[in-house]
Design a protein around this ligand. Sequence first.
Ligand SMILES: Cc1cc2nc3c(=O)[nH]c(=O)nc-3n(C[C@H](O)[C@H](O)[C@H](O)COP(=O)(O)OP(=O)(O)OC[C@H]3O[C@@H](n4cnc5c(N)ncnc54)[C@H](O)[C@@H]3O)c2cc1C
Ligand code: FES
Length: 377
Amino acid sequence: MNSVSLSAKPRRTRPSWWMRKALPWLHAAVDPSTADFWLQRINPTWSWQRSLARIVSISHPAQGYVSVVLRPNKHFRGFKAGQHTNLSAIIHGRRITRSYSFTQPPGADGLLHLTVRHVEGGVLSSHLCQHARVGDVLELSRPFGNMRLAADAQRHLLLAAGSGITPLAALLREWAKQPASARTAPLTLVYWARTQAELCFAAEFQALAASQPLFQFVPVLTHEANGQACAEHNQLSPELLTSLGVNTEDADVRTCGPSGFVQAVHSVCSKTRSVEAEGFTPPVVQADAQGPASVQVELRRSRKKLELSTNLSLLEALEQAGLQPKHGCRMGVCHTCVCVRHDGTTQNLHDGSLDAEMGREVRLCVSRARTDLTLDL
Ligand SMILES: Cc1cc2nc3c(=O)[nH]c(=O)nc-3n(C[C@H](O)[C@H](O)[C@H](O)COP(=O)(O)OP(=O)(O)OC[C@H]3O[C@@H](n4cnc5c(N)ncnc54)[C@H](O)[C@@H]3O)c2cc1C
Ligand code: FES
C-alpha cells in the first residue's frame, strides 16, 4: 500500500531569516487601512493587524438574549474564562464599541461565545439582538479583566444578576470541565433574573446541579411567582441568602451585574473570604453644587480648547463636544480610554478620590474634571 507521509519535510515553525528582516520593514511601510481595504475584498475577516471575527452561529438562550458564536482571525490571541472583549460593529456608518464577556472557557475549536441582552434603546445590543446574521464580521479588542476563581477556595460563591451571568457562566463551565479530583471546593451559583424565561442557560445549570453534588444552582426571580413572589423579598440581603440555604461563610465570592447590584454584594458579603466584582453599568455622576459647573480643557495634541461640563464623565463631556475619544467598556475596566493628564485635578467617579499629580494617566470614562485641565489628547 502506498502511503504519503506529510511529515517527510520538517514543518517550518519560525519565520525564515529574510522574513524576520522584512516583516518590521513591511509593517512600517504598509498603511494598515489600505491593506485592510484590499485584504477584505478577498476575505472579510482578513486584516493587516486587527482582530476580526465572523459570526458562525446565532441562538437565543433566553427571552431578550442572543448568543453568537464567532470564529476569530489569527490576530486574536486567546483569552481566559472570566474575561471580556470590546466588540465593535459599524452601525449606520458609525463604529460602535461595547464590552461583552466570553461565556465559554477557551476550547480546542478556537471559537468564541458571547451572549448579549437586549437593552431597550441600546445601540449595539439592539443591533446584535435584532439584526446580526451568520456571516457578519465584527471587530474584537484584546481580552481584558482579571476575574478568576480562587485557586485555594474552600467554597466558591457566584452571584449574578441579569446579563452579569456571562463571565460567571464561563468560570462555572471551566470549573465543571475539571477532572473530579481537582474539584474539591463546592460551588454555588445564585442567579437573579426578572422571570423564568429570562434565565440564560437554566436547563444546563439544572442538569449540572443534578449530576454534580458539589454544585448548587439557586435561581431567584424578581418579577414572577417563585416561592416568594415579590421583587422586594428577592432583593439581595443576608436574610435572603440564609433563607435560600446559601452559605457565605469563608466563601470566595465572584459577582457581576448592574453597578447597584455589585455595590449591594460588597455590603452583604463584607465578611466573606474575598469578593471580586465587575459592574456592567457605568458609575452615576452626582451633580455637585460646590465646584464649577464647567471648566476649560486643553487638548494638547489636537491643539483644542473646550469648555466641558463637570457633571459628566470626561468621556461623555468630550463626546458631547463632538469628539470621539477611543473607548471600550465605559466603566473603567478595559483601560482603552486612558490618557495622560498634564495639569489640573480630576475626580474618580467610583470612589470620589481627587487626583492632581502631574503626568498621571486618567481613565476618561470614570473621571470628571474638577478644575481646568490639560490632557494629552
Ligand atoms: C466588562 C463588561 C462586560 C460586559 N459583558 C456583557 C455581556 O456579556 N452581555 C451583555 O448583554 N452586556 C454586557 N455588558 C454591557 C454592554 O457592554 C453594554 O453596556 C450593553 O450591551 C448596552 O449597550 P448598548 O449599545 O445596547 O446600549 P447604549 O447605546 O450604550 O445605551 C445604554 C442605555 O442608555 C440609553 N440610551 C442610549 N442612547 C440614549 C440617548 N440618546 N438618550 C437617552 N438614553 C439613551 C439606552 O436606552 C440604554 O438604556 C458588559 C459591560 C462591561 C463593562
Ligand atoms: S473605556 Fe474602558 S476604561 Fe474607559
